[in-house]
Design a protein around this ligand. Structure first.
Ligand SMILES: *[C@@H]1O[C@H](CO)[C@@H](O)[C@H](O)[C@H]1NC(C)=O
Ligand SMILES: *[C@@H]1O[C@H](CO)[C@@H](O)[C@H](O)[C@H]1NC(C)=O
Length: 485
């Protein structure tokens, strides 16, 4: 039987200790982008980036709030969350990207969990929502030596499945099925500055207690919820590839210690909703998130929220070097040639084939498909020699208006697309599977359909590109970035 007294004592011992979680089931992309540290230019190293698709190399609160979708589940949150990507350094010197749990060859991408620890410290301070424009960074990319201050304790790694010990400050030195990388942000704000030169000094860790809970100092008296990021890297398949006498993983910034792991946050919350959540949840209300946030985004919608790559470089798969200038084991050099940010996305980076001239058909975006109820159902074929061209040719002979490709090797033709299956505005979608007959082309994905449309009279006007931008769901203000002409 549960002791009422014991329950009461326990409750009193941990006042103001509650949590809600923003589940980012997916991410926008992996890219050398960091609007905090490197605004307007390519960042020094690759980040895995989650949150609203208003994300940009230069951005502010309004850009985040203008997002049309997010990779995270709470609808009122359009913030962005990012941190360095993990690689495996192979014995032959190549770098292999380490998948995040949830990455699949069907085009899904795994994401991260963002804990909002609603802790008011021992004085049970009222918590304040992050104000518009607020941004911050936790951790230090150049750090290669462990420290025991709160900032040093705030970055940790957990080995799951293999020598599961306590969390370690550095990357695990034993073979793990999963490495969970964790960073906790400072929760005490100066109450004035939404940012600072190093993106850190406007916030500090508590002055007592620990990095994730305690009293705020008088210099930084305003208490925020404590942000805590978790990213799960799937390291199982690398277990039989270890060599030498060191652990073989390295972060995108060249850090093989793990001490230089860091996280960035750019607030995109509806301020009133976040304020209500941190106020209500402070009392430990059990169903607080559900009550406060109402309906959540579906996992499918978060998976379909993606941005096209804006830098022409490979960041996943087998790499000869870490993208950027990131010598392993050393801090990055002070200056390094930055690649151009592409304002013109090639059809390939957008995941489609330009058939406007060759066939008089145009790409209209990545929609949804469902094996139980096909988006297009007038005709179909499938096989291991599928290409976009062969599918469009089939639909031409069937005289349909649309052609769609699914799961790498399936082709469907039809004359209309239901609104709930159409490409989502502002998102490139989840069409990332290579075509079975041409690995340079994209043929939809799992539950995702690459959609092509016959141009009127077989002639795609000069508006074709603008049309495909519109239908690929890209905002007018955003056009130059993707396609020009
Ligand atoms: C290096 O080894 C890895 C792991 O076996 C392999 O995937 C990669 O292709 C190799 N790199 C080169 C350049 O051969
Ligand atoms: C992204 O940044 C570019 C360059 O600054 C700008 O032209 C574009 O409008 C931005 N996109 C959004 C959605 O703000």
């Amino acid at each position: 039987m549960k002791s009422v007294l014991f329950g009461l004592v326990a409750a009193l011992a941990t006042p103001a200790n509650s949590t809600f979680v923003v589940q980012c089931y997916s991410r926008l992309f992996d890219q050398r982008a960091d609007p905090l540290v490197s605004p307007g230019t390519a960042a020094g190293h690759v980040h895995t980036i989650s949150g609203g698709n208003g994300f940009n190399f230069t951005m502010d609160y309004n850009s985040a709030r203008a997002s049309k979708c997010s990779t995270c589940n709470i609808k009122q949150d359009l913030s962005n969350y990012w941190s360095p990507k993990l690689y495996f350094k192979a014995q032959n010197g190549s770098f292999l990207s380490v998948p995040i749990i949830g990455d699949t060859n069907g085009g899904d991408m795994g994401g991260m969990a963002i804990y909002y620890l609603t802790r008011g410290g021992p004085d049970n301070d009222k918590l304040r929502a992050f104000p518009p424009g607020f941004r911050m960074m936790a951790g230090d990319s150049s750090k290669r030596v462990a420290t025991d201050d709160f900032a040093g304790r705030a970055v940790t790694h957990k080995c799951v499945g293999g020598g599961d010990g306590p969390d370690s400050k550095g990357l695990p030195t034993t073979k793990c099925d999963t490495i969970r990388v964790q960073v906790t942000f400072p929760s005490c704000w100066d109450g004035k500055n939404v940012d600072s030169a190093n993106h850190k000094t406007h916030v500090v860790y508590p002055k007592d207690g620990n990095y994730d809970g305690g009293r705020c100092p008088s210099t930084h008296p305003v208490h925020f919820p404590t942000l805590f990021y978790e990213v799960y890297y799937d390291t199982k398949s690398f277990k039989n590839m270890w060599y030498g006498n060191k652990q073989p993983f390295v972060f995108s910034n060249g850090d093989e210690t793990g001490y230089g792991y860091h996280g960035d946050f750019l607030n995109g919350w509806d301020e009133a909703v976040l304020q209500k959540a941190v106020t209500d949840c402070l009392d430990g209300t059990p169903d607080c998130p559900a009550q406060t946030f109402g309906e959540f985004r579906s996992q499918g919608d978060t998976q379909a929220c993606k941005l096209p790559s804006m830098i022409n470089e490979q960041v996943s798969g087998v790499l000869l070097a870490l993208p950027g200038c990131n010598p392993v084991g050393q801090a990055a050099p002070a200056s390094c040639n930055a690649p151009r940010i592409s304002l013109v996305a090639s059809p390939q980076s957008m995941g489609y084939v330009d058939l406007t001239k060759s066939k008089g058909w145009k790409y209209i975006g990545c929609g949804k498909d469902d094996a139980g109820q096909r988006t297009l159902s007038a005709a179909q074929t499938s096989g291991d020699s599928m290409t976009v061209e062969s599918c469009v040719d089939l639909c031409k002979t069937k005289n349909t208006l649309y052609a769609g490709l699914v799961y790498g090797g399936e082709c469907y033709c039809g004359n209309s697309i239901a609104v709930d299956k159409a490409p989502v505005k502002g998102s490139v979608g989840n069409c990332l599977m290579k075509c079975s007959g041409n690995d340079k082309e994209v043929c939809g994905g799992a539950g995702a359909i690459s959609l092509y449309q016959a141009c009127k009279g077989g002639a795609c006007s000069s508006l074709a590109k603008r049309e495909s931008r519109r239908l690929a769901g890209l905002e007018a203000a955003n056009l130059e970035r993707y396609l020009v002409g």
